[in-house]
Write a protein that binds this ligand. Structure first.
Ligand code: ASP
Ligand code: MG
Length: 404
């Protein structure tokens, strides 16, 4: 069987008119003799609205009920698509996570798909039907409804492609692919034709919002090629694949950024084993994600300064946690809520010397101050003042020839 998995994001199914358009896309694959499995998100805005309602009811809404609630948007969109296909004379039905079933592990609202039961869907495909699967949801071993994290329909689609051994997995979204940087802020951003899993994973985690990071990890582990395309324009899009499949001389694939970072510095913390752990323990226990961390070497062997970054929205809570943390001592707490992170990403930097120098030099020429630096094998991130962000992205985009 020649199977294709098509994922439609919230904007692509955002209105009944859009659902009509999506139905035509689905039919175009049927006409090409594919067996089609659809994974759909909720209509845009619906999930946010449900989250908002849960908060109105309680700021400590029960996790089990939260998943039942927020997964309901997908029930609506998958039935609308199936309904439209039937209207057009095609056999189709909706399939909720528990009906398949899609089994998940892990905590509510952050579960991961473990397995998908295949038999019924295979039978349905063979009979000429088009299954429309509700994304984002599954059930756990207690038969409770679970969700797999915001934007989770990407991961639903990739896991469907994996379990059904699909030839293609196409992510239909509201942009026509992955860009070298955000095309909304940098006009010269170019669409990337092919990108590796690793680069895409870095870019998604560093602020490029096209796909959910987990889903790219799932695709990488299972070696599933992904095609990201627009559901509004019929253009080729971007292919996400393994490094071997990429022929390109670009050292850097893209420039990502996050706007709303905050920097926290603890001046004069004791320089002895266990201090960093004591600082971060309550922060992690409150599910606050720490991003960049730097610790200075101590000049007197007794005290040091420690700086780290978090999301701006977590700043208030983090300050409170640090102040009431009895396990640590520090002389002063300094925070800066107006910083942003810019990153360059590319597997080419593994084999090319001088990338770091070129990055820092390009920023220096524009008089942009670097506050914190962090690197991995295939990315270099710098923290800058938010007012410098746009310029920094522009100059790096140019420096690494991404405009061409
Ligand atoms: N509807 C869910 C969300 O908005 C899942 C998804 O769109 O993929 O996060
Ligand atoms: Mg969405």
């Amino acid at each position: 069987m020649k199977i294709v998995v098509l994922k439609f994001g919230g904007t692509s199914v955002g209105s009944t008119n859009r659902i009509k358009r999506v139905s035509k896309i689905i039919i175009s694959y049927i006409k090409k003799k594919y067996k089609v499995i659809v994974a759909t998100s909720a209509m845009s805005g619906v999930t946010n609205e449900l989250v908002r309602k849960s908060k109105e009811i309680s700021n400590d809404f029960l996790a089990e009920e939260y998943d039942v609630l927020v997964s309901s948007g997908e029930q609506m969109s998958c039935s609308l698509i199936a309904g439209r296909l039937n209207h057009l004379g095609y056999k189709s039905r909706s399939w909720l996570g528990w009906q398949i079933p899609i089994l998940t592990t892990g905590n509510h609202s952050a579960s991961r798909i473990k397995s998908i039961y295949k038999k019924n869907i295979i039978k349905y495909l063979k009979s000429g039907g088009i299954p429309i699967v509700a994304g984002f949801q599954g059930i756990n071993s207690h038969s409770r409804i679970t969700t797999i994290g915001r934007g989770g329909t990407d991961a639903s689609a990739i896991m469907l492609a994996r379990f059904f051994k699909a030839q293609k997995c196409i992510i239909y979204t509201d942009v026509d692919g992955v860009y070298t940087t955000d095309p909304n802020s940098i006009k010269k951003a170019k669409k990337i034709k092919v990108i590796s899993y690793d680069e895409m994973l870095e870019m998604a985690s560093l602020g490029s919002k096209v796909m959910q990071p987990h889903s790219i990890q799932d695709a990488r582990l299972n070696r599933i090629d992904i095609n990201v395309k627009s559901s509004f324009k019929n253009l080729p899009g971007t292919i996400i694949t393994k490094r071997k499949n990429i022929l390109s001389d670009k050292i850097i694939r893209g420039v990502s950024f996050t706007k709303n970072d905050a920097k926290v510095t603890l001046i004069g913390v004791k320089d002895k084993p266990g201090v960093a752990a004591s600082i971060f323990e309550p922060i992690y226990k409150n599910s606050i994600n720490v991003d960049m961390v730097v610790q200075n070497i101590s000049s007197n062997g007794k005290e040091t300064d420690l700086t780290f970054t978090i999301k701006n929205e977590d700043l208030f809570k983090t300050q409170k946690l640090l102040k009431k943390n009895k396990k640590i001592n520090f002389r002063k707490l300094i925070v800066d809520s107006k910083v942003s992170k810019v990153s360059i990403v590319g597997v080419g930097m593994i084999t090319t010397p001088g990338v770091t120098y070129r990055m820092f030099n390009a920023l220096a020429k524009k008089n942009i101050n670097i506050i914190v630096i962090s690197t991995s094998e295939i990315k270099i991130s710098v923290l800058v003042n938010r007012k410098d962000l746009n310029n920094a992205v522009k100059v790096l985009h140019k420096e690494f020839n991404l405009e061409k």
